[in-house]
Design a protein around this ligand. Structure first.
Ligand SMILES: [Zn+2]
Length: 424
């Protein structure tokens, strides 16, 4: 079909009129009651985030950034705007919770603790036609990484046929979590006024969500950002028990290193090391937790990240630790936008009150975890021999900036150009 013919066939295909939801008070915009932090699922109430759904009580839409693809699919005529998911057999592969943290005031503000089990509390309402969808999915898988196979070959890990198979497969429970922000709770976490935060979110997304400023009666926001994936090693039924030893790596996405093995940073080596520690802990009867957050390039995004790489490698004096953070600040205006204040929410959701082995040297991660009331027993640094040569600049800069280490590099060390040149 020619583009012109396609355009004619699609003309005025979407239903009329447009439903504007930006003002409260009409029957179609009356939100379903919600009591964030209530002790029971039915007492809390359902999160309804599908545009045009009856009782919708959240700004934004399910699936984060992918909601824009869904909108395109509707516009292109590939998806019926009224499509409702058939959730048969999609319930969690392992139960998670409920845990006491789910209703402790202020403990969880950036995800829906009941988000994996709407069918449990609201099955009758869903059967009667209410559009209540999960924001969390829990499944099971085997993962296999060359680093884990190498750890077996080197004798550091021993397959047990349960947590770790002889072929290097590790058994995991994996959990995808979409962010669900309780706006008042998020504002309180950052110590800012809620209306100021709502206004900034409205204005600096190009006015994408007018309801942030016109609908104070809507308490929730499903932001169009990436969420978190959890990989659990060991028996998930042991979560929430004080005697269970927990190993944990909080990992912020780095596509270049995590997936493609780019050697400018320590991300994938540190992730693989974290998984090794998680497997060890699970084999001793504990639970290993990898929390993988979609915050590419310190949440500055990959374009900014690659611009910074160029700026680092082209600067006079070469790529060196003393100028590492400055180059990021020149491009982005800040060094980091990961807002680790929200990161401990997933740990509370998993019922964790103590981490026995935290596989991270970052104080930016350690401080909010401890500040949120979780005890950290031991901090596990990355073994020196796992750091790629080109990543030494990053490692030196982070150690000098207060990374958890007993080997802080001196001024002369930080001045040395250690990174590879752009054309090398
Ligand atoms: Zn990286």
């Amino acid at each position: 079909m020619s583009p012109e013919a396609k355009l004619r066939s699609n003309e005025r295909r979407l239903p009329q009129p447009i439903v504007i939801t930006s003002h409260p008070g009409t029957p179609s915009t009356q939100p379903q009651a919600l009591s964030w932090g209530a002790a029971t699922q039915t007492g809390r109430g359902p999160v309804i985030a599908t545009p045009n759904a009856t009782g919708r009580n959240a700004i934004g839409a399910h699936s984060g950034a992918y909601s824009l693809y869904r909108a395109l699919a509707v516009a292109a005529g590939q998806l019926d705007a009224g499509h409702r998911p058939d959730l048969t057999n999609t319930a969690p592969a392992e139960p998670i919770g409920p845990f006491p943290q789910w209703s402790e005031p202020g403990k969880i503000v950036s995800l829906d603790p009941w988000g994996h089990m709407p069918g449990q509390g609201f099955g009758a309402e869903i059967a009667a036609g209410a559009d209540i969808r999960p924001s969390i999915a829990v499944t099971k898988a085997h993962i296999n990484m060359p680093e884990i196979c190498a750890a077996i070959a080197a004798g550091r890990l021993v397959p047990d046929g349960d947590v770790l198979c002889a072929n290097g497969d590790a058994r995991v429970t994996k959990i995808a979590i979409e962010p669900v922000w309780h706006l008042a709770g998020v504002a309180r976490r950052f110590g800012i006024v809620e209306t100021d935060m709502r206004r900034a979110l409205f204005e600096h997304t190009g006015g994408m969500f007018p309801e942030l400023v016109t609908r104070p009666d809507l308490q929730l926001f499903l932001p169009p950002i990436g969420g978190t994936t959890i990989y659990l090693f060991g028996d998930t039924a042991k979560l929430g028990r004080p005697e269970t030893k927990i190993a944990c790596r909080i990992h912020d996405e780095c596509n270049g290193s995590d997936v493609f093995g780019s050697d400018i940073c320590t991300c994938r080596p540190y992730l693989a090391h974290g998984i090794e520690v998680c497997i060890e802990t699970a084999q001793r009867g504990g639970v290993g937790v990898i929390s993988y957050n979609r915050k590419e390039g310190r949440a500055l995004g990959e374009v900014t990240k690659f611009l910074v790489y160029n700026a680092r490698k082209r600067q006079e004096g070469g790529d060196r630790a003393e100028a590492y953070f400055q180059r990021t600040e020149c491009v982005a205006g800040v060094q980091d936008m990961r807002f680790q204040e929200l990161m401990p929410d997933v740990l509370h959701w998993l019922g964790i009150s103590r981490i026995d082995r935290l596989v991270s040297m970052s104080n930016m991660k350690h401080a909010p975890i401890v500040g949120s009331g979780i005890e950290v027993v031991e901090r596990v640094p990355i073994p020196e021999d796992l750091i790629p040569a080109d990543a030494q600049v990053e490692m030196d800069a982070k150690k000098a900036a207060g990374y958890f280490t007993d080997q802080v590099p001196g001024v002369d060390e930080l001045r040395k150009a250690k990174g590879r040149e752009l054309e090398a």
